[in-house]
Design a protein around this ligand. Structure first.
Ligand code: PMP
Length: 377
């Protein structure tokens, strides 16, 4: 395929170094990591535990506080529904904010049927959560607060460390969806001060189908499983571990952490080049979201007066999207842009472009020339 891939917030290609590490675990080392009577199984178990160690180290966590899941959707559900299921007592409020991913908003919404009070805080035009309203909502009745680190449509980064302090003062737990953060911005669960955090391998050059949930002091944490079964992952997430995927996630997380600063610097240079080129072609374009508090390379660009589906057709040769891939089948406007008080017309004129590890200067120049050609036929 000769198109230029520019939708790295939807997913990323598996890094060749990740694939190389995974391959033997599909073929030679295929043992069930939970069997305990032969070396093949032991080998698989060691590989999965080394991978857990690598993912934990990449995000500043202890390996014993990390549970493997099938991805960030499951991690978000497990965090939210699992904490709610274990809740006893007066804390019946769950607080989130309007631009969260559906895999946070929907499980939280479902809690209102179970006697929880759900509070959704708005964001400013820049996509940053309204901190005054948030601190007012977090009180002695609050069980859980769920706020993401990096937004999947705009790349906007939320002030999690500040939010963590508010939660700690009120005795509320803080969950953070970090699916889009790994490899793009520094991620350290201790420095962020979060109690729970969700991760996904395929957003960081790892395989699809695996993620993780960090739970602070997991063994003592008030959280219940979503599934019942063989008791793996301390009973919190039973099921046979997919060892090749665990291994891939481990390598992907290690690379993401080691290369994050270099990637951010490169992505910023490419982003500046791309934005300058697009502005030359279409001077009225606007970048949605906060100008500085954002992950490098993640662009939500409004082409006023245009329609994003027509733009996508016009930009043949570039793989871009209108917004979240998870909502791609829906025709309604992005809930993220709506929450940021973008007009319907501007939301419909918005394209998401995201630069990745393998995007080159040459790619950026080709994209600019395609956009210039379409803007000035
Ligand atoms: N949260 C965010 C912010 C995301 O961008 C995504 C993926 N679109 C998810 C959660 C779900 O991740 P996964 O595909 O691993 O289930």
């Amino acid at each position: 395929m000769n198109t230029i891939y520019l939708d790295h917030q939807a997913t990323t290609p598996v890094d060749p170094r990740v694939l190389e590490a995974m391959t033997p675990f599909f073929t030679d080392h295929f043992g069930n990591p939970h069997a305990n009577t032969y070396v093949r199984a032991l080998h698989a178990r060691r590989a999965a535990e080394d991978a857990r160690q690598d993912v934990a180290a990449a995000v500043g966590a202890k390996a014993k506080d990390l549970v493997f899941t099938s991805g960030a959707t499951e991690s978000n559900n497990l965090a939210i529904l699992g904490i709610a299921a274990a809740a006893r007592g007066v804390r019946k409020r769950v607080v989130t904010q309007a631009t969260e991913h559906r895999s946070v908003l929907d499980p939280i919404a479902s809690l209102s049927e179970d006697g929880f009070e759900v509070v959704t805080i708005g964001v400013g035009h820049d996509g940053i959560v309204d901190l005054a309203a948030l601190s007012q909502a977090i009180d002695a009745k609050t069980l859980l607060v769920s706020i993401m680190l990096v937004n999947n449509e705009t790349g906007v980064v939320q002030p999690i460390a500040e939010i963590a302090k508010i939660c700690q003062m009120a005795g509320a737990l803080l969950h953070c969806d970090c699916a889009q953060a790994l490899g793009k911005v520094p991620v350290n669960v201790k420095a962020l001060g979060v109690d729970l955090a969700s991760f996904s391998a395929h957003k960081a050059y790892g395989p699809k189908g695996i993620g993780a949930l960090y739970v602070k002091n997991l063994r003592k944490a008030p959280i219940r499983p979503l599934f019942r079964g063989g008791g793996q992952e301390g009973g919190l997430r039973p099921g046979t571990l997919p060892v090749p995927l665990c291994v891939g996630f481990g390598v992907a997380a290690r690379l993401a952490a080691h290369e994050q600063a270099a990637f951010a610097a490169r992505a910023m240079r490419l982003q500046e080049r791309l934005c300058m080129g697009i502005r030359e072609a279409v001077p009225q374009v606007r970048l949605n979201g906060h100008p500085e508090n954002r992950a490098a390379g993640c662009l939500s660009i409004c082409f006023p007066g245009a329609r994003s589906d027509a733009l996508i057709d016009a930009f043949t040769g570039i793989d871009v999207s209108t917004g979240s891939a998870c909502e791609a089948t829906k025709t309604r406007a992005s809930h993220v842009l709506k929450a940021m008080r973008c007009s319907r017309a501007d939301a419909d004129a918005t394209i998401r472009m995201s630069i990745g590890r393998f995007t080159t200067e040459d790619d950026v120049d080709r994209i600019i020339s395609i956009i210039k050609r379409e803007a000035n036929p």
